[in-house]
Design a protein around this ligand. Structure first.
Ligand code: PRT
Ligand code: ZN
Length: 293
């Protein structure tokens, strides 16, 4: 699997072929301006307008491909990278594919605390993370590795408990299980190979990451516009936690001004009422395509 760091001129990026992360990863890549032909049918895709080539594979294989330098970058859940213990560098979390790896056991059963897992059988697809968590708590258990449908193992009486990914918790509930201990929190991440990369590739990665960063910043921000009496502008400036000072423009009505600024999306709803109370009218919020700070 080994290849030299300089082989190939394109950045080679591993992404999940067909799963929960695929569409979101492609959407992100398209969001930073990269264009691909139909990704559902190929294993390898050349980007039409950026020096990037995608390798579409199972998520479990991504950390190793990146570790070995077969791919320069990978988009994969932190849970997979941690479980495979691959020698890679995590560059950036991406705010999607958010989940947690948790120990769970039949609701109201004998297992309630970490100590209760002593000598129990735990079914999981994450034996390494499970083992190292239990070791840290001086608990010895029998870990059984299974690759899917982990949540039904207790009902089939092949295990006393499980350690599995949880997002809403509905799967656990539907199977009569109770989440007892979070052992790992995860999101999709960009990982980079630790193999030496050519200066050309390093430059490409820098450019690629700048675009990702601009896109993520933009996703978390909104452009807001409002009108307000000029006398209210100082008060409004105080309310708006803008990145830079807001743009204030005169209107045809000499007593009024238009105020434009960018704010983090979660702050919009907090400051909205305050802005109205300060005299702002016609408040408009718009999405932003990208931001370079
Ligand atoms: O075929 P391939 O090996 O590529 O895919 P896969 O089947 O191994 O993975 P996939 O596509 O199911 O998940 C890919 C990644 O998505 C995971 O590695 C996580 O990083 C992330 N992710 C986020 C999740 C979940 N949320 C999630 N809820 N992966 C799996 N689940 C499963 C979980 O295993 C359980 O069965 O969903 C169920 C629990 O969900 P809730 O909402 O009921 O709690
Ligand atoms: Zn997988």
């Amino acid at each position: 699997m080994e290849r030299t760091a300089d082989s190939g001129t394109s950045l080679r990026i591993a992404i999940q072929k067909d799963g929960r992360l695929t569409d979101k990863t492609i959407n992100l890549l398209e969001g930073i301006g990269l264009r691909f032909d139909d990704y559902k049918r190929s294993l390898m895709l050349q980007c039409r307008n950026f020096d990037v080539e995608l390798l579409l594979i199972r998520d479990d294989d991504i950390p190793e491909y990146v570790q070995d330098g077969v791919c320069d970058l990978g988009f994969v859940g932190g849970n997979v990278t941690a479980e495979t213990q691959a020698d890679v560098t995590v560059l950036q979390g991406l705010d999607f594919g958010i989940c947690r790896l948790s120990l769970a056991a039949p609701k109201d059963g004998k297992i309630q605390t970490i100590q209760d897992f002593q000598d129990k059988i735990i079914a999981t697809s994450y034996p390494n993370l499970t083992r190292s968590f239990l070791e840290k708590h001086n608990v010895e258990a029998n870990i059984v590795t299974i690759s899917g449908a982990v949540e039904i193992a207790p009902r089939l009486q092949v295990a006393d408990a499980i350690c599995d990914l949880v997002s809403t918790g509905n799967t656990l509930k539907a199977n009569g299980l109770e989440e007892l201990e979070i052992i790992f929190e995860s999101e999709t991440e960009i990982i980079q190979t630790n193999k030496t990369l050519s200066p050309g590739k390093q430059k490409l990665i820098k450019k690629f990451l700048q675009r990702i960063d601009g896109h993520l910043q933009a996703e978390r921000s909104r452009y807001i516009m409002m009108n307000a009496p000029k006398s209210a502008v100082p008060e409004i400036k105080k309310i708006i936690p803008s990145l830079k000072s807001p743009t204030v423009m005169p209107l045809a009505d000499e007593d009024m001004a238009a105020i434009h600024t960018v704010i983090p999306i979660e702050e919009f709803w907090v400051v909205m009422e305050e802005l109205k109370a300060a005299g702002a009218t016609g408040i408009v919020m718009l999405p932003i395509e990208s931001m370079i700070l």
